[in-house]
Design a protein around this ligand. Structure first.
Ligand code: ARG
Length: 462
């Protein structure tokens, strides 16, 4: 007997069908490093509280250090018939140092331990995801730089709206990803609280200095309530939510470039290295990586939804259902990581077809500029909208553009039009007419690019 951390109370071995069902070691082995880190600090805390003598504390700390070393140099060693990673580490410790190892779990429960492990894990892993987000932002900034003064149409309702700089469009995705970066930071901070000292639910019966323990483990604070700590994994849900939103943004990036690299748009060209061919149709150059990113967003959202549903009916206290936090969390982490990498690679190698985007940026989408021209000369906007609407109707019927109109024709529409109108009504003049810092005015976009670059430099320095 006594193969499990809890065998003492039972007079028969567990039914494999039931026990194997509850085993989490195949996936919670990812928490190995954090479990050992947490246990080392716990042993020190027990010693400082006078519960472990110096000899035992020292044996435990050295034993755990050796276990950490072995697990790091040989990750495949972190495996076995154990119920979970906590049981594995304890078994290895007892095998190494004997009885002293059996004192480590004094005053501690796996309920708080698994929570602390997962918090340490997120604290350590979220910065790696943030680096990958920064790499995508970098790819957009580099493309924005290269795009220079190239113009393209913007869209509302997927219909041409107003001319914008291509760089403004590219930086729009960078702006959204910056928020994802910030949301992951907030998720990291939410996870950054020590649960040890909570015991199984009521708090531990030993005088552990939890503030010192939190400081030792680099936590910014201690949880406020032991029952809450044992019952809740909302910090995991916050991570899933932040990561899912980042996937939503990547999915929209993917959709934009799937469309804009198509034969119909031809605004950008996918690098051969970012595309795949068809087994049947020799002409095909498919945006598979982008489609997969778009598809995987659904998977992340599914994990978030699934875990929220897992938590919603739980009575207060630890419930084994909470073990269902880890597989979605790890999968979403992996999914976000590979999706960011793929997106950075594809975006970094896009080629802009500035001739096509420029051509698509002029034409009837200059109608708002024509109306603004009239407003600048005193016409009320509603009336100007009416006048220009009628002009658009005529141009559509004749299959012509504003650029084709002679001055006489302009003046037929309204005698407020002067001979500067042909210079004013172009895509380049349209973007220069925007006046706010968040607009596509070339100076505003240059400032946004510079701000993005300095943010990236700060991230690289962290
Ligand atoms: N694998 C468990 C989890 O993830 C660890 C805690 C187990 N606690 C218990 N009382 N069975 O939640």
């Amino acid at each position: 007997m006594s193969q499990h951390l809890w065998s003492g109370r039972f007079d028969s071995a567990p039914d494999p069908a039931a026990f194997d069902f509850g085993v989490s070691f195949p996936f919670d082995r990812r928490l190995f490093e954090d479990d050992v880190t947490g246990s080392m600090a716990w042993a020190e805390a027990l010693h400082r509280a006078g519960i472990l003598d110096a000899k035992d504390a020292d044996a435990i700390t050295k034993g755990l250090a050796a276990i950490l070393e072995q697990g790091r140099s040989d990750p495949a060693w972190v495996s076995g018939p154990d119920e979970d990673v906590h049981s594995f580490v304890e078994r290895q410790l007892v095998a190494r140092i004997g009885d002293a190892g059996r004192r480590l779990h004094t005053g501690r429960s796996r309920n708080e331990q698994v929570s602390v492990d997962l918090r340490l894990y997120l604290r350590r892993r979220i910065p790696l995801l943030q680096k990958k987000i920064a790499a995508v932002i970098q790819a957009f900034a580099d493309q924005a730089e290269r795009a220079g003064d190239a113009l393209m149409p913007s869209y509302t309702h997927m219909r041409r709206a107003m001319p914008v700089l291509v760089s403004h469009f590219l930086l729009s995705h960078a702006a959204a990803l910056r928020r994802d970066h910030g949301r992951l930071e907030a998720a990291r901070e939410e996870a950054n609280a020590l649960t040890l000292g909570s015991g199984a639910i009521a708090g531990t019966g030993y005088a552990i200095d939890t503030q010192a323990l939190a400081a030792r483990l680099g936590f910014s604070r201690v949880v406020a309530n032991s029952m809450d700590a044992s019952s809740d994994r909302d910090f995991a849900a916050t991570f899933l939510s932040a990561a899912s939103l980042a996937m939503v943004h990547l999915s929209r990036v993917a959709e934009d470039f799937i469309l804009m690299t198509s034969e119909e748009f031809g605004f950008f060209e996918l690098a051969d290295s970012s595309a795949t061919g068809s087994s049947m149709m020799p002409q095909k150059k498919n945006p598979d990586p982008l489609e997969l990113v778009r598809g995987k967003a659904g998977r992340a959202i599914g994990h978030l939804t699934g875990f929220l549903i897992t938590m919603k009916g739980l009575p207060t206290g630890y419930n084994k259902d909470l073990q269902e936090d880890k597989e979605p969390l790890f999968d979403v982490e992996d999914t976000l990581a590979v999706s960011m990498d793929a997106t950075a690679a594809v975006v970094g190698k896009l080629t802009l077809n500035r001739e096509r985007t420029g051509r698509a940026a002029s034409g009837l989408l200059l109608a708002t500029d024509v109306a603004d021209y009239l407003v600048a000369r005193g016409m009320p906007f509603r009336q100007a909208h009416e006048v220009v609407g009628a002009m658009v109707r005529g141009l559509l019927a004749d299959q012509r553009d504003f650029e084709d109109l002679t001055l006489a024709e302009w003046r037929t529409a309204s005698d407020l039009f002067g001979d500067d109108v042909t210079a004013r009504i172009t895509a380049a003049a349209s973007v220069r007419a925007r006046q706010t810092p968040q607009s596509t005015h070339p100076d505003a976009v240059a400032a946004a690019l510079a701000e993005t670059r300095s943010w990236l430099a700060r991230q690289a320095g962290l």
